[in-house]
Design a binder for this molecule. Structure first.
Ligand code: FAD
Ligand code: SF4
Length: 507
């Protein structure tokens, strides 16, 4: 499968002519949601490159393109036919990391006399079997406690039993906005030029639905060498400022979309590289940098991979399939049309959606605090929000996308992932970005027709969900300042919010 491209997997330790590896492009995989064209190309190109890499070291590989598999609507039919045709004695697969696919693969009946065996993917740091010990269905678990446990378990950034440097968390030192001088110094991103014209033609030939900006020369890494090259580029140019600017939002400057982020998520999610090798490379660079890379920078990066990435996977598997239906805040509004073309008058939204459509990528804070925050406070149906996030980003695979979107950003799980909703008004965006100065709306205004929609929608969201959020020790505090405002003021804010909600499509 497209997210099982790990040449270091024990399956591939030595060639065996009795084993045929099958890699297949499938219509069911291109069509379960509408995808960004670059996401489709990235997975198909990486699968092709992987087939080639396996062949080069002597493995038998059958790489099937859409032309070969179009007749088969599903994996079950295709697998059974191939087992028959090749007279297979055994059918073996790596356990898919998406619930939908796991169900499909487990339902394959390869025919009489063919044995079936499921293998682990050897990718994650928390073994599959241990997920139930750490994550219980419907029970909240905090990332910080999980992450500290993982640091201890793997002895990462530890000094005996204590965290190196005496602190587990450097968020307070990090998270700075960028000034003009900082923006000018953002490094040029490393972009590849993978020719995907034959794949684009194939997608067109089969009428595969898609959206987003086409790229004949695909900038994503599609093989292990390129993935390692991107890692090296990150260590050379970005790690030293990673934590400091990890929450910055920038609407100006050529490299505003990449900043100091690694852009390794696609390569890691497709399994071209393992999380521990990325962590070890960052640690080695920190240790060998003579102080150029500080502890807060490397800790910020390690936390994302050893902490968040493993954590959301645990939440996903402990709570599926019910998780994908959660809608605790009862949000049912449709996703506004500008999510598909970026044409919004809100400068920050235009930027975040525009980057996503152009690059099939946006960094975490754009996903969480701009588009995600907007959908949250506007009460957009999480099913529509999920479909957009799952389609638009090249790194989107459900085990990581769903808990991030439905959980962290939409709070639709009632707090299994996040201890409070990531809801914010224009003030936050103005503090963390340079977007507001170029916006049609006024970030200091909450009530007039020029008023920043984030302001009134934020208060309307808080007022709407007071019963639930008033009890939350982290969000409850803001109600004091709301209550102290004159009633006329509050009414004007809510009136502006009502107008915004009735006119979401033209904001
Ligand atoms: P960096 O900022 O360089 O971080 C390094 C690595 O840490 C990432 O490559 C990623 O593997 C990991 N990481 C960081 N944050 C998270 C997180 N919250 N959860 C899991 N891993 C994390 N990530 C995906 O890989 N696929 C998704 O479909 C996805 N959907 C998201 C949807 C929403 C609404 C939000 C708020 C976040 C989502 N994320 C997703 C998490 C995060 O935004 C991306 O992993 C990150 O932006 C990828 O860019 P990067 O490689 O430059 O990350
Ligand atoms: Fe976004 Fe509001 Fe700032 Fe405009 S004024 S960029 S809508 S936060």
């Amino acid at each position: 499968m497209g997210d099982q491209l790990d040449i270091q997997h024990s399956w591939f330790s030595r060639p065996d002519p009795g084993i045929l590896y099958i890699i297949a492009e499938l219509r069911r995989e291109t069509d379960y949601v509408r995808h960004h064209i670059q996401k489709l190309c990235a997975f198909f190109a990486a699968m092709e490159a992987f087939a080639e890499a396996l062949r080069r070291v002597g493995h038998e590989v059958l790489h099937l393109t859409l032309d070969d598999t179009a007749r088969y609507r599903d994996l079950e039919g295709l697998a059974a036919r191939l087992c028959r045709e090749h007279g297979a004695g055994a059918f073996e697969y790596q356990r898919p990391d998406e619930f939908r696919l796991l169900e499909q693969v487990r339902s394959i009946d390869p025919g009489p006399g063919v044995t079936v065996r499921e293998h682990g993917t050897e990718h994650f740091l928390l073994p599959w079997e241990e997920i139930p010990e750490h994550f219980r269905p419907g029970k909240a678990r905090r990332m910080e406690a999980f992450y500290r446990g993982m640091r201890r378990r793997f002895g990462i950034l530890m000094d005996g039993g204590k965290p190196l440097g005496g602190r587990w968390n450097y968020d307070r030192d990090n998270r700075r906005p960028m000034k003009a001088g900082d923006i000018a110094r953002v490094p040029k991103p490393l972009l590849f030029e993978n020719d995907v014209l034959p794949i684009l033609k194939r997608l067109d030939r089969h009428g595969v639905p898609h959206f987003g900006v086409r790229a004949d020369l695909l900038p994503f890494p599609v093989d292990r060498d390129q993935a390692l090259g991107l890692l090296e580029h990150f260590l050379d140019h970005c790690l030293q400022h990673f934590g400091r600017f990890q929450d910055a939002i920038v609407c100006s400057g050529e490299h505003r979309w990449s900043l100091y982020h690694s852009r390794l998520s696609f390569a890691m999610n497709a399994r071209m590289m393992r999380p521990m090798e990325v962590i070890k490379a960052a640690l080695a660079r920190f240790e060998g940098s003579g102080g150029a890379v500080s502890l807060p920078q490397v800790e910020g990066f390690v936390r994302q991979i050893l902490g968040w990435r493993e954590f959301v996977r645990g939440v996903y598997w402990a709570n599926m399939p019910e998780y994908q239906e959660q809608n605790v805040l009862e949000a049912y509004r449709p996703l506004p049309g500008y999510f598909w073309d970026g044409r919004s008058g809100m400068a920050c939204m235009k930027e975040a959606i525009g980057q996503s459509l152009e690059h099939a990528y946006a960094h975490h804070i754009l996903r969480l605090m701009i588009t995600g925050n907007f959908c949250l406070i506007a009460g957009i149906d999480p099913a529509e929000v999920d479909a957009w996030y799952l389609g638009v980003y090249a790194d989107a695979v459900q085990w990581v996308q769903l808990p991030n979107t439905r959980g962290m950003s939409q709070f639709a799980d009632g707090g299994l992932v996040a201890s409070k909703p990531y809801a914010a008004g224009g003030n936050y965006i103005s503090r963390m970005s340079d977007c507001c100065s170029g916006c049609r709306y006024d970030v200091r205004d909450q009530t007039s027709e020029k008023g920043c929609p984030f302001n009134s929608l934020y208060w309307d969201f808080m007022a709407r969900h007071r019963k639930l959020l008033g009890k939350n020790p982290r969000s409850g505090l803001v109600y004091g300042s709301w209550d102290r405002r004159p009633e006329g003021d509050r009414r004007a804010v809510l009136k502006r919010a009502r107008w915004c909600l009735e006119n979401l499509d033209i904001l």
